[in-house]
Design a binder for this molecule. Structure first.
Ligand SMILES: Cc1ncc(COP(=O)(O)O)c(C=O)c1O
Length: 395
Protein backbone atom coordinates (compact mmCIF):
# COMPACT_ATOMS: atom_id res chain seq x y z
CA UNK A 1 0.00 0.00 0.00
CA UNK A 2 1.45 3.41 -0.91
CA UNK A 3 2.36 5.89 1.84
CA UNK A 4 1.56 9.54 1.02
CA UNK A 5 4.63 11.60 0.14
CA UNK A 6 4.84 13.67 3.38
CA UNK A 7 5.31 17.07 1.69
CA UNK A 8 1.96 16.62 -0.13
CA UNK A 9 0.17 17.13 3.15
CA UNK A 10 1.07 20.85 2.86
CA UNK A 11 -0.87 21.01 -0.39
CA UNK A 12 -4.29 20.33 1.07
CA UNK A 13 -7.15 22.82 0.99
CA UNK A 14 -6.40 25.10 3.98
CA UNK A 15 -10.05 25.27 4.89
CA UNK A 16 -9.97 21.56 5.54
CA UNK A 17 -7.78 22.24 8.58
CA UNK A 18 -10.51 24.50 10.00
CA UNK A 19 -13.10 21.75 9.92
CA UNK A 20 -14.51 20.59 13.21
CA UNK A 21 -14.81 16.84 12.75
CA UNK A 22 -18.43 15.66 12.54
CA UNK A 23 -18.55 13.26 15.45
CA UNK A 24 -21.80 11.41 14.81
CA UNK A 25 -20.50 8.45 12.86
CA UNK A 26 -17.37 8.12 15.04
CA UNK A 27 -19.44 8.15 18.20
CA UNK A 28 -21.79 5.58 16.69
CA UNK A 29 -18.86 3.37 15.68
CA UNK A 30 -17.37 3.52 19.18
CA UNK A 31 -20.69 2.80 20.85
CA UNK A 32 -21.33 -0.09 18.46
CA UNK A 33 -18.39 -1.92 20.02
CA UNK A 34 -20.29 -2.25 23.33
CA UNK A 35 -21.81 -5.74 23.30
CA UNK A 36 -25.62 -5.79 23.08
CA UNK A 37 -25.95 -1.99 22.90
CA UNK A 38 -29.27 -0.48 21.76
CA UNK A 39 -28.64 2.26 19.24
CA UNK A 40 -30.73 5.39 18.91
CA UNK A 41 -27.96 7.12 17.03
CA UNK A 42 -28.31 7.33 13.28
CA UNK A 43 -30.75 9.44 11.30
CA UNK A 44 -31.61 6.68 8.90
CA UNK A 45 -35.06 5.12 8.39
CA UNK A 46 -35.16 1.51 9.57
CA UNK A 47 -37.73 0.61 6.89
CA UNK A 48 -36.94 -1.11 3.61
CA UNK A 49 -37.55 0.68 0.34
CA UNK A 50 -41.24 0.21 -0.54
CA UNK A 51 -41.94 -2.45 -3.19
CA UNK A 52 -43.30 -0.11 -5.86
CA UNK A 53 -40.07 1.88 -5.77
CA UNK A 54 -37.91 -1.25 -5.90
CA UNK A 55 -39.91 -2.50 -8.87
CA UNK A 56 -39.44 0.79 -10.71
CA UNK A 57 -35.67 0.49 -10.24
CA UNK A 58 -35.70 -3.12 -11.45
CA UNK A 59 -37.75 -2.17 -14.52
CA UNK A 60 -35.33 0.63 -15.29
CA UNK A 61 -32.38 -1.75 -15.21
CA UNK A 62 -34.24 -4.30 -17.36
CA UNK A 63 -35.11 -1.56 -19.85
CA UNK A 64 -31.42 -0.75 -20.21
CA UNK A 65 -31.68 2.75 -18.77
CA UNK A 66 -27.95 2.80 -18.49
CA UNK A 67 -26.83 5.97 -20.21
CA UNK A 68 -26.02 9.50 -19.14
CA UNK A 69 -29.20 11.25 -18.08
CA UNK A 70 -29.55 15.06 -18.25
CA UNK A 71 -27.39 16.76 -15.60
CA UNK A 72 -30.50 18.03 -13.84
CA UNK A 73 -32.12 14.58 -13.79
CA UNK A 74 -34.64 12.80 -15.99
CA UNK A 75 -37.63 14.78 -17.25
CA UNK A 76 -39.96 12.18 -15.70
CA UNK A 77 -38.50 12.66 -12.24
CA UNK A 78 -38.46 16.45 -12.47
CA UNK A 79 -42.10 16.39 -13.56
CA UNK A 80 -43.04 14.08 -10.68
CA UNK A 81 -41.27 16.39 -8.23
CA UNK A 82 -42.85 19.54 -9.67
CA UNK A 83 -46.41 18.35 -10.14
CA UNK A 84 -47.11 15.60 -7.64
CA UNK A 85 -44.77 16.57 -4.85
CA UNK A 86 -44.12 20.30 -4.72
CA UNK A 87 -47.46 21.33 -6.19
CA UNK A 88 -49.89 18.74 -4.80
CA UNK A 89 -48.34 18.49 -1.37
CA UNK A 90 -47.07 22.03 -0.77
CA UNK A 91 -48.88 24.25 -3.32
CA UNK A 92 -45.60 25.42 -4.86
CA UNK A 93 -45.13 26.21 -8.55
CA UNK A 94 -41.90 25.12 -10.17
CA UNK A 95 -41.14 24.53 -13.82
CA UNK A 96 -39.53 21.11 -14.26
CA UNK A 97 -37.47 22.70 -17.04
CA UNK A 98 -35.02 25.07 -15.42
CA UNK A 99 -36.26 25.29 -11.85
CA UNK A 100 -35.50 21.81 -10.53
CA UNK A 101 -32.23 19.88 -10.41
CA UNK A 102 -31.96 16.28 -9.20
CA UNK A 103 -28.96 15.71 -6.93
CA UNK A 104 -27.13 12.84 -5.27
CA UNK A 105 -29.11 13.01 -2.06
CA UNK A 106 -29.89 16.24 -0.26
CA UNK A 107 -26.21 16.30 0.72
CA UNK A 108 -24.93 17.07 -2.77
CA UNK A 109 -27.80 19.53 -3.28
CA UNK A 110 -26.58 21.48 -0.27
CA UNK A 111 -23.01 21.34 -1.58
CA UNK A 112 -24.06 22.56 -5.04
CA UNK A 113 -26.20 25.38 -3.63
CA UNK A 114 -23.45 26.61 -1.31
CA UNK A 115 -20.82 26.25 -4.05
CA UNK A 116 -22.86 28.54 -6.27
CA UNK A 117 -23.04 31.21 -3.57
CA UNK A 118 -19.89 31.29 -1.50
CA UNK A 119 -16.87 33.43 -2.25
CA UNK A 120 -14.01 33.27 0.28
CA UNK A 121 -14.97 34.98 3.52
CA UNK A 122 -18.71 35.12 2.83
CA UNK A 123 -20.89 34.74 5.90
CA UNK A 124 -23.58 32.08 6.02
CA UNK A 125 -26.17 32.32 8.79
CA UNK A 126 -27.14 28.95 10.25
CA UNK A 127 -29.79 28.37 12.91
CA UNK A 128 -28.36 25.91 15.44
CA UNK A 129 -28.26 23.27 16.83
CA UNK A 130 -28.44 21.72 13.39
CA UNK A 131 -27.23 19.11 10.92
CA UNK A 132 -23.44 19.61 11.11
CA UNK A 133 -22.86 19.18 7.39
CA UNK A 134 -23.90 22.80 6.68
CA UNK A 135 -21.07 24.09 8.85
CA UNK A 136 -18.59 21.65 7.30
CA UNK A 137 -19.46 22.51 3.68
CA UNK A 138 -19.48 26.24 4.36
CA UNK A 139 -16.04 26.00 5.97
CA UNK A 140 -14.54 23.88 3.21
CA UNK A 141 -15.77 26.34 0.58
CA UNK A 142 -14.03 29.17 2.44
CA UNK A 143 -17.18 30.68 3.89
CA UNK A 144 -17.67 31.80 7.48
CA UNK A 145 -20.31 30.15 9.62
CA UNK A 146 -22.45 32.47 11.75
CA UNK A 147 -24.38 30.32 14.19
CA UNK A 148 -27.75 31.53 15.46
CA UNK A 149 -28.21 29.73 18.76
CA UNK A 150 -31.91 28.94 19.24
CA UNK A 151 -31.59 27.11 22.56
CA UNK A 152 -32.98 30.03 24.58
CA UNK A 153 -36.35 29.62 22.84
CA UNK A 154 -36.89 25.86 22.81
CA UNK A 155 -34.95 25.66 19.53
CA UNK A 156 -37.43 27.81 17.64
CA UNK A 157 -35.84 30.66 15.66
CA UNK A 158 -37.82 33.85 16.19
CA UNK A 159 -38.12 36.65 13.62
CA UNK A 160 -36.69 39.03 16.25
CA UNK A 161 -33.56 36.93 16.74
CA UNK A 162 -33.20 36.51 12.99
CA UNK A 163 -33.49 40.28 12.41
CA UNK A 164 -30.97 40.94 15.15
CA UNK A 165 -28.50 38.52 13.52
CA UNK A 166 -29.06 40.01 10.07
CA UNK A 167 -28.45 43.51 11.47
CA UNK A 168 -25.16 42.31 12.98
CA UNK A 169 -24.13 40.61 9.71
CA UNK A 170 -25.57 42.83 6.97
CA UNK A 171 -23.49 41.37 4.17
CA UNK A 172 -24.23 37.70 4.90
CA UNK A 173 -24.97 35.75 1.73
CA UNK A 174 -27.38 33.08 2.85
CA UNK A 175 -29.46 31.73 5.67
CA UNK A 176 -29.73 27.96 6.14
CA UNK A 177 -32.93 26.77 7.75
CA UNK A 178 -33.79 23.14 8.38
CA UNK A 179 -37.26 22.19 9.52
CA UNK A 180 -38.52 19.78 10.68
CA UNK A 181 -35.17 19.87 12.38
CA UNK A 182 -32.38 17.42 12.76
CA UNK A 183 -31.53 17.20 15.69
CA UNK A 184 -34.43 18.75 17.62
CA UNK A 185 -37.55 17.55 15.78
CA UNK A 186 -38.86 21.11 16.08
CA UNK A 187 -40.80 22.51 13.15
CA UNK A 188 -42.69 25.70 12.31
CA UNK A 189 -46.35 26.47 11.74
CA UNK A 190 -47.40 28.30 8.61
CA UNK A 191 -47.63 31.61 10.48
CA UNK A 192 -44.20 31.14 12.04
CA UNK A 193 -42.74 30.42 8.59
CA UNK A 194 -44.46 33.50 7.19
CA UNK A 195 -43.02 35.62 9.99
CA UNK A 196 -39.49 34.31 9.32
CA UNK A 197 -39.97 35.00 5.62
CA UNK A 198 -41.04 38.52 6.57
CA UNK A 199 -37.76 39.00 8.40
CA UNK A 200 -35.70 38.17 5.29
CA UNK A 201 -37.82 39.40 2.42
CA UNK A 202 -36.31 42.90 2.37
CA UNK A 203 -32.77 41.54 2.51
CA UNK A 204 -30.57 39.98 -0.17
CA UNK A 205 -30.19 36.73 1.70
CA UNK A 206 -30.68 33.49 -0.20
CA UNK A 207 -32.61 31.12 2.02
CA UNK A 208 -31.44 27.53 1.70
CA UNK A 209 -34.39 25.65 3.12
CA UNK A 210 -33.52 22.04 3.86
CA UNK A 211 -36.95 20.48 4.03
CA UNK A 212 -35.82 16.85 3.76
CA UNK A 213 -38.14 15.88 6.63
CA UNK A 214 -41.17 17.74 5.21
CA UNK A 215 -43.19 14.53 4.81
CA UNK A 216 -42.65 13.60 8.45
CA UNK A 217 -44.70 16.21 10.28
CA UNK A 218 -46.98 14.70 12.92
CA UNK A 219 -48.94 17.69 14.15
CA UNK A 220 -50.21 20.01 11.44
CA UNK A 221 -48.90 20.52 7.91
CA UNK A 222 -45.49 21.41 6.56
CA UNK A 223 -45.28 24.84 4.95
CA UNK A 224 -42.31 25.65 2.77
CA UNK A 225 -40.77 29.09 3.22
CA UNK A 226 -40.74 29.21 -0.59
CA UNK A 227 -44.49 29.80 -0.40
CA UNK A 228 -43.76 33.31 0.88
CA UNK A 229 -40.38 34.21 -0.65
CA UNK A 230 -39.99 32.00 -3.75
CA UNK A 231 -37.71 34.57 -5.41
CA UNK A 232 -34.96 34.10 -2.82
CA UNK A 233 -35.38 30.49 -1.69
CA UNK A 234 -33.60 27.32 -2.73
CA UNK A 235 -35.53 24.30 -1.46
CA UNK A 236 -33.56 21.17 -0.68
CA UNK A 237 -35.50 17.92 -0.40
CA UNK A 238 -35.29 14.31 -1.53
CA UNK A 239 -36.36 10.72 -1.15
CA UNK A 240 -33.99 9.64 1.64
CA UNK A 241 -36.25 10.21 4.64
CA UNK A 242 -39.73 10.27 3.09
CA UNK A 243 -39.29 6.95 1.28
CA UNK A 244 -36.51 5.27 3.28
CA UNK A 245 -34.30 5.55 0.21
CA UNK A 246 -31.06 6.77 1.82
CA UNK A 247 -28.92 4.36 -0.22
CA UNK A 248 -30.53 5.34 -3.53
CA UNK A 249 -29.06 8.85 -3.10
CA UNK A 250 -31.76 10.95 -4.70
CA UNK A 251 -32.34 14.54 -3.65
CA UNK A 252 -33.27 17.73 -5.45
CA UNK A 253 -33.00 21.51 -5.41
CA UNK A 254 -35.86 23.74 -6.52
CA UNK A 255 -35.59 27.48 -6.96
CA UNK A 256 -36.16 30.46 -9.25
CA UNK A 257 -34.78 30.06 -12.75
CA UNK A 258 -31.94 32.59 -12.72
CA UNK A 259 -30.56 31.30 -9.46
CA UNK A 260 -31.01 27.69 -10.55
CA UNK A 261 -28.91 28.28 -13.68
CA UNK A 262 -25.55 28.41 -11.85
CA UNK A 263 -26.68 25.99 -9.14
CA UNK A 264 -27.66 23.38 -11.77
CA UNK A 265 -24.49 24.00 -13.78
CA UNK A 266 -22.30 23.41 -10.73
CA UNK A 267 -24.32 20.37 -9.70
CA UNK A 268 -23.92 18.92 -13.20
CA UNK A 269 -20.16 19.43 -13.04
CA UNK A 270 -20.05 17.52 -9.77
CA UNK A 271 -22.10 14.51 -10.76
CA UNK A 272 -22.80 14.51 -14.53
CA UNK A 273 -26.15 13.00 -13.52
CA UNK A 274 -27.79 10.89 -10.84
CA UNK A 275 -28.15 7.12 -11.34
CA UNK A 276 -30.87 6.07 -13.82
CA UNK A 277 -32.42 3.26 -11.78
CA UNK A 278 -32.44 5.35 -8.59
CA UNK A 279 -34.16 8.17 -10.47
CA UNK A 280 -36.77 5.71 -11.77
CA UNK A 281 -37.43 4.60 -8.18
CA UNK A 282 -37.70 8.23 -7.05
CA UNK A 283 -40.14 8.94 -9.90
CA UNK A 284 -42.38 6.24 -8.44
CA UNK A 285 -41.83 7.65 -4.95
CA UNK A 286 -42.77 11.24 -5.77
CA UNK A 287 -45.09 10.70 -8.72
CA UNK A 288 -47.47 7.90 -7.73
CA UNK A 289 -50.18 7.30 -5.17
CA UNK A 290 -48.33 4.14 -4.08
CA UNK A 291 -45.33 6.32 -3.25
CA UNK A 292 -47.42 8.69 -1.19
CA UNK A 293 -49.18 5.85 0.65
CA UNK A 294 -45.84 4.25 1.49
CA UNK A 295 -44.75 7.47 3.19
CA UNK A 296 -48.00 7.71 5.14
CA UNK A 297 -47.57 4.17 6.45
CA UNK A 298 -44.04 4.86 7.67
CA UNK A 299 -45.12 8.17 9.14
CA UNK A 300 -47.79 6.42 11.21
CA UNK A 301 -45.15 4.13 12.70
CA UNK A 302 -42.79 7.04 13.45
CA UNK A 303 -45.60 8.95 15.13
CA UNK A 304 -46.41 6.01 17.40
CA UNK A 305 -42.74 5.74 18.36
CA UNK A 306 -42.45 9.47 18.95
CA UNK A 307 -45.46 9.44 21.26
CA UNK A 308 -44.02 6.52 23.19
CA UNK A 309 -40.51 7.96 23.49
CA UNK A 310 -41.61 11.49 24.42
CA UNK A 311 -44.00 10.11 27.06
CA UNK A 312 -41.37 7.77 28.50
CA UNK A 313 -38.66 10.46 28.63
CA UNK A 314 -41.03 12.88 30.34
CA UNK A 315 -41.81 10.19 32.93
CA UNK A 316 -38.08 9.76 33.53
CA UNK A 317 -37.82 13.50 34.20
CA UNK A 318 -36.13 14.65 30.98
CA UNK A 319 -36.83 18.15 29.67
CA UNK A 320 -37.30 18.31 25.91
CA UNK A 321 -38.64 20.54 23.20
CA UNK A 322 -41.77 18.91 21.76
CA UNK A 323 -40.73 17.27 18.50
CA UNK A 324 -43.45 17.79 15.89
CA UNK A 325 -41.52 16.28 12.99
CA UNK A 326 -38.50 14.31 11.66
CA UNK A 327 -37.53 11.34 13.87
CA UNK A 328 -35.50 12.84 16.68
CA UNK A 329 -35.97 13.84 20.29
CA UNK A 330 -33.54 16.37 21.76
CA UNK A 331 -33.47 15.86 25.51
CA UNK A 332 -31.66 17.84 28.22
CA UNK A 333 -29.43 15.68 30.37
CA UNK A 334 -30.57 15.60 34.00
CA UNK A 335 -29.39 18.64 36.02
CA UNK A 336 -27.68 16.34 38.49
CA UNK A 337 -25.44 15.13 35.63
CA UNK A 338 -24.06 18.63 34.91
CA UNK A 339 -23.74 19.92 31.37
CA UNK A 340 -21.25 17.58 29.74
CA UNK A 341 -23.30 15.78 27.09
CA UNK A 342 -20.30 13.94 25.63
CA UNK A 343 -19.35 12.51 29.03
CA UNK A 344 -22.99 11.62 29.77
CA UNK A 345 -23.55 9.94 26.40
CA UNK A 346 -20.26 8.04 26.69
CA UNK A 347 -21.19 6.71 30.13
CA UNK A 348 -24.72 5.91 28.99
CA UNK A 349 -23.24 3.87 26.14
CA UNK A 350 -20.63 2.08 28.21
CA UNK A 351 -22.59 1.46 31.40
CA UNK A 352 -26.21 1.79 30.33
CA UNK A 353 -25.77 0.10 26.93
CA UNK A 354 -27.83 2.74 25.10
CA UNK A 355 -26.23 4.82 22.36
CA UNK A 356 -27.44 8.37 21.69
CA UNK A 357 -25.61 11.33 20.11
CA UNK A 358 -24.20 14.17 22.24
CA UNK A 359 -26.06 17.42 21.50
CA UNK A 360 -22.92 19.53 21.26
CA UNK A 361 -22.09 17.80 17.96
CA UNK A 362 -24.88 19.88 16.41
CA UNK A 363 -23.41 23.33 17.07
CA UNK A 364 -24.11 26.22 19.41
CA UNK A 365 -26.94 25.57 21.85
CA UNK A 366 -26.64 21.80 21.75
CA UNK A 367 -24.40 21.42 24.77
CA UNK A 368 -26.05 19.58 27.65
CA UNK A 369 -28.49 17.79 25.32
CA UNK A 370 -28.75 14.35 23.74
CA UNK A 371 -30.22 13.43 20.37
CA UNK A 372 -32.25 10.25 20.39
CA UNK A 373 -33.32 8.91 17.00
CA UNK A 374 -36.56 6.94 16.93
CA UNK A 375 -35.91 5.57 13.46
CA UNK A 376 -35.72 2.17 15.09
CA UNK A 377 -38.18 -0.51 16.18
CA UNK A 378 -40.61 -0.07 19.06
CA UNK A 379 -38.94 -3.05 20.77
CA UNK A 380 -35.60 -1.25 20.65
CA UNK A 381 -37.16 1.92 21.98
CA UNK A 382 -38.75 0.06 24.89
CA UNK A 383 -35.49 -1.66 25.73
CA UNK A 384 -33.64 1.67 25.50
CA UNK A 385 -36.09 3.37 27.85
CA UNK A 386 -35.84 0.51 30.40
CA UNK A 387 -32.07 0.70 30.29
CA UNK A 388 -31.99 4.51 30.59
CA UNK A 389 -34.28 4.24 33.66
CA UNK A 390 -31.94 1.66 35.19
CA UNK A 391 -28.87 3.78 34.35
CA UNK A 392 -30.35 6.88 35.99
CA UNK A 393 -31.18 4.89 39.15
CA UNK A 394 -27.66 3.54 39.44
CA UNK A 395 -25.81 6.69 38.46
C1 LIG B 1 -31.29 17.81 7.78
C2 LIG B 1 -30.67 16.84 6.86
N1 LIG B 1 -30.38 17.23 5.61
C3 LIG B 1 -29.81 16.38 4.74
C4 LIG B 1 -29.50 15.08 5.10
C5 LIG B 1 -28.85 14.19 4.09
O1 LIG B 1 -29.80 13.64 3.25
P1 LIG B 1 -29.37 12.69 2.03
O2 LIG B 1 -29.21 11.33 2.58
O3 LIG B 1 -30.54 12.79 1.08
O4 LIG B 1 -28.13 13.23 1.45
C6 LIG B 1 -29.79 14.64 6.39
C7 LIG B 1 -29.43 13.26 6.79
O5 LIG B 1 -29.42 12.89 7.94
C8 LIG B 1 -30.39 15.53 7.30
O6 LIG B 1 -30.69 15.16 8.53
Amino acid sequence: MPATKPSLMNHLNNNFANLTPVGIREFDAKASAVPGIVKLTLGEPDFNVPDAMKQAAINSIKNNDSHYAPGVGTAALRKAIAHFFLNDRYQLDYDPDGEIAVTIGATQGIYAALSALINPGDEILIATPTFPLYMAITTILGGKVVEIDTSDNDFVLTPAKLKETIAAHPSAKALILNYPSNPTGVTYSSSQVEALAGAVKDTDLVVIADEIYSELVYDGQHTSIAKFIPDQTLIINGASKSHAMTGYRIGFIAGPKQLMGPVSAISGMMITSATDSAMAAATAAFGTEAGHQATLKMKEAYQERRDFLVGALHKLGFDLATPHGAFYVFAKIPNSAGNDDVAFATKLAEKGRVAVIPGSYFGAGGQGFLRLSYATSMDNLKLAVDRIAEFLKED
